[in-house]
Design a protein around this ligand. Structure first.
Ligand SMILES: [Fe+2]
Length: 291
């Protein structure tokens, strides 16, 4: 087994020569993988051969697999697997949802207790755009200019997922107002501090994203527009973006406390199918949450 950690403060670590299928429940490699996720924020396990059962079994060894709150994303036989796919199953039926997460976000930021780790294992790659992009929000916070820092220190931000809701077949004949009412009652907007402290590393990161963050509490609409536009422009600068180009057999796991991410779009006529399993480490999402 070989572990290659990115140099000079960049995110990412790569593990080669480790077959995760063979790991015992208390294998020391699991602790090593967890430590690398916290320290390097993003871990690539190369050359993995997983089916649905093996994937879920591995996720259980690493933590507590999430069952996503919207069942239309579930794999029909394994609710822990969130399916992002535009490929029908062997009977021609739709499986999962296509085109997920093509905007900067962290998974489940709109929940009171957001998801700790996200793992992704692609099965069918599009020929073009085989990448997922990440931004290290610890570094972004460290580099935040003073004029933007005033919008962040001691501020509470509001996060909501309703505008990212993907309409499904059962929504037909519902008005947009009805849909928004239902989504708002299922997943009401939540508040999190703009700056969160990691429960393991102690690092501070900026916990906002243009995908799910809608407001800074206490500002007027105009002030919000100005501040959020300036913050997102800074965060999403090309020099902050780390891009992972997928290879067959890659399993990626990242820490949603420290990075935001964005999926690439699939070009018309191309096929794409990937499995995702969210994993809770069951530590507080940030220091002080729930106090
Ligand atoms: Fe995501």
């Amino acid at each position: 087994m070989e572990v290659i950690e990115s140099k000079s403060g960049k995110i990412g670590a790569e593990i080669r020569g480790l077959d995760i299928n063979g790991l015992a429940d208390d294998a020391p490699e699991l602790g090593m993988i967890r430590s690398l996720i916290y320290k390097n924020k993003l871990v690539v396990l190369r050359d993995q051969e997983l089916d649905e059962q093996k994937y879920v079994a591995f996720a259980r060894k690493l933590g507590r697999p999430q069952v996503y709150f919207q069942p239309q994303y579930h794999h029909p036989d394994h609710p822990e697997i969130f399916v992002s796919s535009n490929v029908p199953d062997q009977n021609g039926n739709k499986i999962g949802v296509s085109g997920t997460g093509k905007y900067w976000h962290t998974d489940c930021a709109f929940e009171k207790n957001p998801l700790s780790f996200t793992s992704v294992y692609p099965l069918i790659f599009p020929k073009m755009s085989r990448e997922t992009s990440y931004i290290d929000m610890v570094t972004v916070l460290e580099n935040l200019p003073a004029d933007l820092r005033q919008y962040v220190d001691d501020k509470i931000y509001i996060h909501a997922g309703q505008l990212r809701y993907k309409v499904q077949a059962s929504d037909i004949d519902k008005s947009l107002a009805e849909l928004l009412d239902r989504i708002n009652s299922e997943v009401p907007p939540v508040e999190h501090p703009a700056v969160i402290q990691h429960p393991v590393t102690g690092e501070f990161s900026l916990y906002i994203s243009s995908g799910f963050t809608t407001k800074i509490a206490g500002l007027t609409h105009e002030e919000n527009q100005r501040a959020l536009t300036a913050l997102f422009d800074f965060i999403e600068r090309p020099e902050h973006v780390h891009t992972h180009y997928w290879e067959e057999g890659d399993l990626i796991i990242w820490d949603n406390r420290s990075v935001i991410h964005k999926a690439s779009g699939v070009k018309p006529g191309e096929t794409s199918k990937m499995y995702r399993v969210g994993i809770y480490d069951d530590l507080p999402f940030y220091v002080g949450i729930g106090n």
